[in-house]
Ligand binder design. Structure first.
Ligand code: WT7
Length: 670
């Protein structure tokens, strides 16, 4: 705690708004010598082999470090390890009584729970045995619909212990979304809670999921009795966690898992209506999660790491759960809403536990900023050393506010760019090396290669915007494919520039500033039909498919419309069948669209705007030209308007969305 209030950064005397780690930080940081980039670049294989040995205990050493058969690559071939063993067993000798998870429940009258490594170990072993009794085995997919409660960590680690694959679905996705993901993975086991608390309300889960359990012929449903709502339980299928673990043995041998066996599945939205089951490896994923936690958040043994990311997202997997535990650290979890009971709950939590690292999304920062600085000023945040941002570009204004108000100009901000597919952070400035620039993520981490290319595949120079790609050596913990969808894997990531270049879907530009020859990269946002709503990834096609199910709708197109807090929200352009055009009919239909999206995708995808239009711009072949719709809602340029076969419709659209962009649509269309 002697670090309290220390300064960790200094401003560049020559360049305004560029910060560097100061001596305090350099002395403290695990990585402070920029030469690490050069060392990793010279021999990435031996670099990663050395680091992976440092990061994990391996039951069996590998025969080969890496094998690359574009577009697939494997690491640490022939080796065996176990994620649960690495998060728990190996820490027992010297950290048995250390806090592994500190959990803050939302209701203020409820006390926090602290699980030591020993506590967590015991629970995980018991549940692993209980799961084996239910017939769950290595290689079985197990779907979770779980809130942020300690049992979620227990269940994930129990899966890892026996080699089952968890597939965690965010609780703000709908039961239908859970069903689709269970079906795709062939999963017959669901782990859920009866309910949880958010915003002062009891959010019921078990009751809502019952319909789905019947529809997918689920064999097992394990229920954590979190909110004590007394849910219906079906005999022989539904089990309370407490009942099945109570008399279990507190040891279950950790299964040796091949490094390239699947560690887990996590579904994410792509450019088609069907979510993709991103497949992660067991060994290299774990090594990457462990190492990036240590490097990027500079996690030290006594640190408390507060990540606000829900377990339903990859950030929740890699940095709320696995990364800190792999390092023997303490991870701080909060169940509920940042506004409950008042808008200072997160700041209160940081003060209460003395958190050292705080990791959140720009959308949350923008929203909390609107609540007023007085909520922050009431609290002592001097224990913070590192601030992190993730999920979407952070605008310089929000960056500066975060830096000044939350970090009191003492803490570096690591703007971490990555994706569900990359498994871990791959682009960011490192705390002990820097630099930290508002709105700029940073260089690729040591040992991997990012670039920005033009349409022909040529690397671009500083300042020019293009497509953000990864080239060999790729992040060791990158996805190993999409579950049972080879063609989709190739099409989504390896088709833009061929099988040796991974296209992220993002646009970006290099800066005229480098660290040891690694250019800093600024991410500008998605270039495909994927939205980032409040840092949550959603596919426009999924929302369109949902709306199309309504009989009243002839055609629908969805694009992201800018939003001052959420970054963007889905804007729905709908062509309704005639007969729905009275004001009342429209209102009703609007509600139907809302309800349908909530039912099929989830509340997280609720449209921010619905425009009823008589036509949408199309190509000669009838394909909707989303570029125009995007330009219209963004008050941006539209590009060549003559490519539309029906440019006349642009006038109506421009009026509907109050277009104030540079194009003169009226004179073009009349
Ligand atoms: C997309 C991935 C990575 C965990 C959370 C989101 C955007 C992510 C940043 C950042 C600018 C970012 C990208 C990316 N994104 N981090 N620091 N700066 N954009 O994971 O749901 O898989 O979404 O989020 O567009 O492709 P995800």
């Amino acid at each position: 705690m002697s670090d309290s209030g220390k300064k960790w950064v200094k401003e560049d005397p020559e360049r305004d708004g560029v910060y560097w780690p100061n001596e305090n930080m350099k002395e403290r940081a695990w990585l402070s010598d920029p030469e690490i980039y050069e060392k990793a670049r010279k021999n990435p294989k031996s670099f990663w082999a050395e680091k992976a040995k440092e990061a994990l205990d391996w039951f069996k050493e590998w025969d080969e470090v890496e094998e690359w058969n574009p577009p697939y690559f494997n690491w640490f071939l022939g080796s065996e390890t176990n994620l649960s063993y690495n998060c728990l067993d190996r820490h027992l000798e010297d950290k048995r009584n250390k806090a592994a998870i500190i959990w803050e429940p939302e209701p203020v009258e409820e006390k926090e729970r602290v699980l030591t490594y020993q506590d967590l170990y015991r629970e995980v072993n018991k549940l692993a045995n209980a799961m084996k009794n239910l017939g769950i085995e290595k290689g079985d997919p197990v779907t979770f619909w779980m809130p942020l409660i300690p049992e979620t960590a227990v269940a994930a680690l129990a899966c890892q212990r026996i080699g089952a694959w968890h597939s965690i679905v965010y609780t703000a996705f709908s039961p239908d979304a859970v069903k689709d993901r269970m079906k795709d993975a062939g999963s017959t086991t669901l782990i859920t809670a009866d309910g949880f608390f958010r915003g002062g309300k009891t959010m019921k889960l078990k009751e809502k999921i019952d319909k789905v359990l019947d529809e997918v012929d689920a064999e097992n449903c394990i229920v954590i009795n979190r909110a004590k709502t007394d849910p219906d339980m079906k005999e022989g299928r539904d089990y309370f966690y407490d009942d099945i673990t109570e008399n279990e043995d507190a040891y279950s041998e950790p299964e040796p898992i091949d490094a390239e066996d699947t560690g887990f599945l996590l579904y994410t939205s792509g450019t088609t209506g069907k979510p993709k089951g991103i497949k992660h490896s067991c060994g290299a994923y774990a090594a990457q999660a462990a190492l990036t936690t240590k490097w990027v958040f500079d996690l030290h043994p006594q640190d408390i790491f507060f990540s606000t990311a829900d377990i339903g997202w990859i950030t929740g997997h890699s940095y709320t759960l696995y990364g800190p535990l792999l390092n023997g650290g303490t991870t701080l979890w909060y169940e509920g809403s940042p506004y409950f009971p008042e808008s200072d709950r997160w700041w209160k939590i940081i003060e209460k536990y003395g958190a050292n690292v705080f990791y959140t999304a720009p959308t949350a920062l923008r929203a909390l900023r609107k609540e007023g600085d007085e909520w922050i000023e009431k609290h002592d945040l001097s224990t913070l050393r590192i601030l992190g941002s993730v999920g979407e570009p952070i605008d310089p204004d929000t960056w500066n506010w975060y830096f000044e108000k939350v970090g009191e100009k003492r803490c570096p901000i690591v703007d971490t760019y990555w994706q569900t597919e990359t498994g871990g952070i791959l682009l960011t400035s490192l705390p002990g090396i820097g630099p930290f620039i508002p709105g700029v993520a940073g260089p690729a981490i040591p040992g991997i290669q990012y670039d920005v290319l033009d349409a022909t595949g040529e690397p671009l120079g500083p300042g020019e915007s293009g497509k953000v790609v990864q080239k060999h050596p790729f992040g060791i913990g990158m996805l190993r494919g999409i579950y049972e969808a080879h063609d989709k894997y190739v099409e989504e990531y390896w088709s833009e520039y061929g099988l040796e270049t991974y296209f992220s879907g993002d646009g970006g530009r290099k800066m005229d500033i480098e660290v040891d020859d690694q250019p800093l990269i600024q991410i500008t946002g998605r270039m495909d039909d994927v939205l980032e709503v409040a840092g949550h990834r959603l596919g426009t096609a999924e929302i369109e498919d949902a709306v199309s199910e309504l009989d009243e709708i002839v055609e629908v197109a969805v694009v992201g419309e800018p939003h001052d807090v959420k970054g963007e929200v889905p804007a729905v352009f709908a062509i309704a069948k005639s007969g729905n055009d009275t004001e009342e009919g429209r209102k009703e239909l609007e509600k139907k669209i809302m309800d349908k999206v909530r039912e099929r995708v989830g509340p997280v995808a609720s449209p921010g705007a619905i425009y009823f239009v008589s036509d949408v711009p199309r190509t000669e072949s009838g394909k909707v030209i989303r570029r125009f719709l995007k330009g219209l809602v963004r008050d941006d340029e539209l590009g060549d308007m003559t490519t539309a076969s029906n440019p006349g419709c642009l006038k109506e659209l421009a009026e509907k969305v109050n277009y104030e962009g540079p194009e003169d649509i009226v004179s073009f269309t009349t």
